[in-house]
Write a protein that binds this ligand. Structure first.
Ligand SMILES: *Cc1c(COP(=O)(O)O)cnc(C)c1O
Length: 341
C-alpha cells in the first residue's frame, strides 16, 4: 500500500533500499537490480563486452547440466558456451575437467550453484587467477550461499547473478533479479545497460535494455530477506531428515550442504518412482528432463558427448522441499519412498 500511495512504481526508494540490503547480505560492495535472473546473467556479459573484457566468439566454460537460462545468456551475447561435465556426487561442475576445456579463446568461467550446492572451489579460483579469466556466478538457486565460507575470489574480476522468480529460495511476487559484485566499473555499466543504456536522463551511452525491478517487488523482497536464513535452516533440517530417513537401494541420495534449493535424488526407474509418488499424493519435479545440449534450440551442440550430464537428466527426481512442509509430511514422504520397489 505504501508503494501504491507513493505513486512511484519504478526506480524509487524501495528498489534502492533493497539493493543496499542485498549487497550487505551477500557481502558485496554493489547490487544492481534487474528484471529477472536471465537478464542478470546477460547484463553481466553485456557489460563486460562494453568494457572490452569480453568479445564476440569468446569461450565461456559452463557446467553442461544447468537450466537453459545459463546457456542462453552466453549465446544471446554471441559468445560460445563450452560445456564441462559435473561430478555425479554433488552435481557441480567438475573442477578437474576445467583446465582441459580452456583454450586461447576462453575468457570466463560461469559456475552455477545448482540445486543450492556450492560450486566454487579453490581450484576454480586458482584457474581464474592463473589464466586471467572472469569469474561469473549463476546464483539463481543459491540465495544465502554467499554467507557460507566460500573460497576467497580475491582480486578476480567477476559478478554474481540472482533471480527472484517466485519459486526460488528468495522469491518475489513477479519476475525480478539482481547482480552483485565488487567490480565497480561492471556495476556502473550494468546499471546503465539495465535502464536503456542511460547514464543520465535521456543521455544514452550504451545500447541498453529495459530490465528493472519494480518497487512492489523490492518492498516484498526486503521483508522476505529477513526470513531467508530461517527458511534456509528449515530447508536444511528437511534435507537432514530425508538423508537420515530414506533407506532404499534403488535411490541415490544427494549430500547435505549449501542452501538446499532442491532435493535431487537419482533413480534408474525415475519415471516409475515419480508416478508411484504421484499416486500417493506426493508431487515431484524433474530438474531437468532434457539437458541444454539436447534441446532443439541448440541443435549444434547435439554432437557433444556428456554421459554424466545425460545420466543426471535421465535419473534425477526432486523430492518436495520448501520451508512450509510439516514434519508429518516429511515423514509421510520418507515412508512412501522407502516402500518403493
Ligand atoms: C531460475 C534460474 C535462472 C533464470 O532466472 P529467471 O529469473 O527465471 O530469468 C537462471 N539460472 C538458473 C540456474 C535458474 O535456476
Amino acid at each position: 500500500m505504501t508503494v501504491i500511495d507513493s505513486g512511484r512504481y519504478l526506480q524509487g526508494g524501495r528498489t534502492a533500499l533493497f539493493e543496499r540490503e542485498f549487497a550487505a547480505y551477500t557481502g558485496h560492495k554493489f547490487c544492481v537490480s534487474t528484471g529477472c535472473g536471465l537478464d542478470s546473467l546477460s547484463l553481466i556479459i553485456k557489460a563486460y563486452k562494453e568494457l572490452k573484457l569480453l568479445n564476440d566468439g569468446d569461450e565461456v566454460i559452463v557446467p553442461a547440466n544447468t537450466f537453459i537460462a545459463t546457456i542462453l545468456s552466453i549465446t544471446e551475447n554471441r559468445l560460445t558456451p563450452v560445456p564441462v561435465e559435473p561430478r555425479i556426487s554433488d552435481f557441480q561442475i567438475d573442477d578437474n575437467l576445467i583446465n582441459e576445456a580452456v583454450t586461447a579463446r576462453t575468457k570466463a568461467v560461469m559456475i552455477v550453484h545448482l540445486y543450492g550446492y556450492n560450486a566454487l572451489t579453490e581450484r576454480i579460483v586458482s584457474i581464474c587467477k592463473q589464466r586471467n579469466l572472469l569469474l561469473l556466478q549463476d546464483c539463481a538457486q543459491a540465495h544465502g550461499l554467499a554467507k557460507a565460507p566460500l573460497p576467497d575470489a580475491g582480486n578476480i574480476r567477476g559478478a554474481s547473478a540472482y533471480s527472484f522468480y517466485p519459486g526460488k529460495n528468495l522469491g518475489a511476487l513477479a519476475d525480478a533479479g539482481a547482480i552483485v559484485t565488487d567490480d565497480e566499473e561492471l556495476a556502473n555499466v550494468a546499471r546503465a545497460l539495465a535502464n536503456y543504456g542511460s547514464t543520465a536522463k535521456y543521455v544514452f551511452k550504451y545500447r541498453g535494455a529495459n530490465s528493472r525491478m519494480d518497487e512492489i517487488s523490492a518492498a516484498v523482497l526486503s521483508v522476505k530477506l529477513k526470513y531467508l536464513d530461517e527458511d534456509n535452516r528449515r530447508r536444511q533440517r528437511i534435507a537432514e531428515q530425508y538423508i537420515s530417513g530414506i533407506r532404499n537401494e534403488s535411490i541415490v541420495l544427494p549430500p547435505l550442504g549449501g542452501v538446499h534449493h532442491i532435493f535431487p535424488v537419482l533413480c534408474k526407474e525415475r519415471d516409475r518412482l515419480q508416478t508411484y509418488l504421484q499416486e500417493r499424493g506426493i508431487q515431484t519435479l524433474i530438474h531437468y528432463p532434457v539437458p541444454p545440449h539436447k534441446q532443439e534450440c541448440y541443435r549444434e551442440f547435439a554432437r557433444f558427448r556428456l554421459p554424466i550430464t545425460e545420466r543426471i537428466h535421465r535419473e534425477e527426481l526432486s523430492l518436495p522441499l520448501n520451508q512450509a512442509l510439516t514434519d508429518e509430511e516429511v515423514t509421510y514422504i520418507i515412508n512412501a519412498v522407502n516402500a518403493f520397489i
